[in-house]
Design a protein around this ligand. Structure first.
Ligand SMILES: Cc1cc2nc3c(=O)[nH]c(=O)nc-3n(C[C@H](O)[C@H](O)[C@H](O)COP(=O)(O)OP(=O)(O)OC[C@H]3O[C@@H](n4cnc5c(N)ncnc54)[C@H](O)[C@@H]3O)c2cc1C
Length: 418
């Protein structure tokens, strides 16, 4: 007997956000805090995915401070780094120094992305207008007369239809929303990929962030009791590396970071290694009537500088600042959406350009077995503090830092009632 398909659950919201990553959850949180009814749909059952962005820069910590959440946030387990040091061709190089910044926090917090998202989700749930639905996958858009008016989705039990004044695509670098809307990407080019793995950490390990020599390079991110490592390879060559065998891979790691010799066997086989195919791209147009894309859905960033989460958060803050009022009045038009693109496309382009320059300087000898010397611009920068300060500022704070302008309407109300 054929089972009749169940009718979709019909929902209505001022703003429906596809994707509960940093961009989607932060935008949902800010709008709900401003009293706007918002529904965030996340396809996974939880946020537990390893090897995601976990470098929370001073710009994001500043946002937390402006929201009055910083103290609570920093109670979660994390590591703090204020100087980003590397060894390039045997020479020590200071890549960034955050102790000069004029921000609330002069350090980068390293926190697994799931802890960051759980924290924001918990904060969002304090507001009655914040709705986060897990295991709800967006499968298509509803379009009427050239305007996006909602989304179609699926859950483990029932299909979903959500009508909204505004749909936001915050569904990451493989955004389905963006594809369904027919928005086109511009490829910015990325010359490397990264093989990601974990290795345990010992108390007397060096605390450098990057080791580069003889065409090989590994990034080591402190995760408390282990290193989250990214072994950088020229784009498209990961398969060749895998074909040479895991023994060869282990030897390559030890060659540039000898302190890992006693634990490199923790990489038992290729199942312990995850390939990050690095992409750098951006949308030509971030919006259509009724729809806006932000975060990785609008621009995938290369991992250089660990700016991905932070740019996604900045997009969310800018979008909330410009959308809260028009959403309250049900009057979002393409003018508002174009303004958000104009504001955020500029720092995105500049950051991608700067990532390209750093990529060329630090990883120019990738794949070639000649001894590496830090390139002259980096050696020159080493002798002067100003360029190091500038480089740090652009990465840690961004080219156009955003400030929270949306109110916490519930706090305002409770003050008025007391
Ligand atoms: C392996 C890896 C390592 C990285 N390392 C760093 C780093 O160290 N530092 C850094 O700053 N950045 C890093 N990044 C980038 C960083 O994770 C992203 O830039 C950042 O998470 C972007 O946030 P987002 O919210 O725009 O998108 P995402 O974080 O990708 O979030 C999108 C969300 O949408 C959900 N979703 C997708 N499709 C659908 C759908 N159809 N319906 C419903 N939900 C959907 C996804 O499950 C996900 O939760 C890394 C990225 C990767 C892939």
């Amino acid at each position: 007997m054929e089972v009749a398909p169940s009718l979709p659950e019909q929902l209505q919201s001022r703003c429906c956000i596809a994707g509960g990553g940093p961009a989607g959850i932060m935008l949902g949180f800010l709008l709900a805090r401003a009293g706007i009814d918002v529904l965030v749909l996340e396809k996974h059952a939880d946020f537990l995915r390893d090897f995601r962005g976990d470098t929370v820069h001073p710009s994001t910590l500043e946002t937390m401070h402006e929201l009055g959440l910083l103290e609570e946030f920093l109670k979660r387990p994390h590591q703090e780094i204020s100087q980003v040091r590397a060894r390039i061709g045997g020479e020590p190089v200071l890549l960034g120094n955050m102790s000069y910044l004029r921000t609330q926090c002069r350090f980068m917090a390293l926190m697994p992305q799931w802890d960051f998202l759980n924290f924001l989700g918990e904060q969002g749930r304090r507001y009655p207008t914040f709705h986060l639905r897990m295991q709800a996958e967006v499968t298509g858009l509803i379009e009427e007369n050239g305007r996006i008016v909602g989304i179609r989705g699926s859950t483990p039990t029932i299909p979903l239809e959500v009508r909204a004044d505004l749909v936001v695509g915050a569904d990451g670098r493989n955004s389905l929303v963006r594809d369904c809307a027919g928005l086109t990407m511009e490829n910015v080019g990325a010359s490397m990929d990264a093989l990601q793995l974990r290795l345990s950490k010992r108390a007397d390990d060096p605390t450098l962030f990057l080791y580069t020599d003889r065409g090989k390079s590994i990034v080591t991110i402190d995760r408390g009791d282990y290193w989250h490592c990214g072994f950088v390879v020229p784009k498209g060559t990961a398969e060749q590396m895998q074909a040479r065998g895991v023994e060869d891979f282990r030897a390559a790691i030890v060659e540039i970071a000898p302190f890992l010799r006693d634990r490199v066997a923790e990489v038992r086989d290729w199942d312990d290694v995850k390939l990050l195919t690095v992409r750098a791209d951006r949308l030509r147009k971030w919006y259509r009537p009724g729809l806006l894309c932000i975060g990785d859905a609008a621009h995938a960033m290369s991992p250089v500088g660990g700016v991905g989460i932070n740019l996604a958060i900045q997009d969310a803050v800018a979008a909330a600042n410009m959308l809260a009022e028009p959403l309250r009045q049900s009057g979002v038009n393409v003018g508002h959406l174009a303004k958000i693109q104009r504001r955020r496309a500029f720092p995105t382009r500049l950051t991608q350009r700067m990532q390209g320059v750093i990529q060329k300087q630090v990883w120019r000898g990738l794949g070639n077995s000649e001894p590496t010397r830090p390139p002259w611009p980096l050696r020159l920068l080493e002798r002067t503090t100003l360029p190091c300060r500038m480089r740090t500022r652009f990465i840690a704070v961004g080219f156009r830092p955003e400030h929270v302008k949306t109110p916490d309407v519930y706090r305002v109300q409770s003050k008025a009632n007391s």
